[in-house]
Design a protein. Structure first.
Length: 355
């Protein structure tokens, strides 16, 4: 159990990682960002022989970043996250302005084409899933949601009348609306009926509170028990809130969905690396194939720039850039060097005699 250290012993000096956690919460960083910053700070300290960061500086940061790129061969996004964590540590926690950092070896940022399922593969994958995990996958493929966006949906974010889903504080802390697939409407309604019964049983047991974003728990003290604020996909068991220490029902764990999707892909014998994000990639590609414009797709996916959405034009079924090969436009006959052609045109050994 981990609670905010500043609220437990306000007069006692805080350890470095606890000070980092306190500053992260004071600036309303997400729990995942806080945990990532703690992890990178810990790795930075261990790499430099457990020396305190106050004894180090820009040279030590550049050396650590180069180590990540050269020795551990991390991706560019991973290296950037480590840099952001260390800058936060020095500026927000230690109050040290580093200035211009020495040059470090930068990890290469490869341009990769996303893995996409065919429609048949998507159908086989979804058919191999069951229960609430299948519902989550239907929203990933049918609405283009990221996994954490689907798991963080609350009851009030589902509009059955307008067939819409409201994604709150998605990537970049942006809200957006996307589609609720008609196929998922009825099973999702049935799922919420069971979920409401679970919530009512929690209330009867003196529980039923859910974590609320930002300061809503203080502004609306009764909202934590209200049905509209409950998770659409609650966890089957109670757990301790890592920030407050309260025993609550969190949303479904991401690993449960990830493992189920990987298992279903193996059973369906799909010869691709399939993850939950593959369903989002497939959603985008299949909409482009159906003729929807790139701007509409940008809004549904929540991309800040249309250039990010343009990557899906490289994975259309029509070829490299969504065009038809000139070879396919030629009316070529059979290849005279092929074995099939030789078999079809070889003379008959014993031709029938004319009558």
């Amino acid at each position: 159990m981990r609670v905010d250290p500043a609220t437990v012993h306000p007069a006692a000096p805080l350890r470095l990682l606890d000070r980092l956690a306190h500053e992260a919460r004071r600036r309303r960083l997400s729990a995942r960002t806080e945990e990532a910053y703690r992890s990178w700070t810990r790795r930075f300290i261990l790499y430099h022989g457990k020396r305190h960061p106050k004894e180090l500086g820009g040279e030590a940061i550049a050396e650590f970043l180069s180590h990540l790129a050269v020795d551990e061969q991390v991706a560019a996004s991973t290296q950037n996250q480590a840099l952001a964590a260390l800058l936060f540590l020095y500026r927000a926690v230690l109050g040290i302005e580093l200035g211009t950092l020495p040059a470090a070896v930068r990890a290469k940022r490869p341009r990769r084409v996303p893995e996409v399922l065919s429609r048949g593969e998507a159908a086989r994958l979804l058919a191999g899933l069951q229960g609430e995990v299948r519902l989550v996958a239907l929203l990933l493929y049918g609405g283009g949601l990221r996994l954490h966006e689907a798991l963080r949906l609350r009851v009030q974010d589902v509009d059955f009348a307008r067939y819409e889903l409201l994604v709150r504080a998605g990537k970049g802390e942006k809200d957006r609306r996307t589609m609720l697939p008609a196929t998922a409407r009825e099973p999702l309604q049935e799922h919420l009926t069971l979920t409401r019964e679970l919530h009512q049983s929690d209330l009867a047991a003196g529980r039923g509170e859910v974590s609320l974003p930002n300061a809503l728990a203080r502004k609306l003290p009764g909202a934590m028990r209200e049905w509209v604020w409950q998770w659409v996909f609650p966890s089957p068991r109670l757990s301790l809130d890592p920030r407050t220490g309260a025993l609550r029902r969190h949303h479904l764990h991401p690993e449960r969905v990830q493992r189920a999707v990987s298992r279903a892909a193996r059973v369906a014998e799909i010869p691709k690396r399939v993850t939950c994000h593959t369903l989002r990639h497939s959603f985008a590609t299949h909409l482009l194939e159906a003729g929807y414009d790139i701007r509409t797709l940008q809004e549904l996916l929540g991309h800040r720039q249309v250039t990010t959405t343009m990557i899906y034009t490289h994975v259309l079924n029509k070829g490299g850039l969504g065009v038809r090969s000139p070879l396919d436009q030629l009316a070529l006959g059979p290849d005279p060097t092929s074995q099939d052609y030789a078999r079809e045109t070889r003379p008959i050994a014993n031709p029938p005699k004319p009558e």
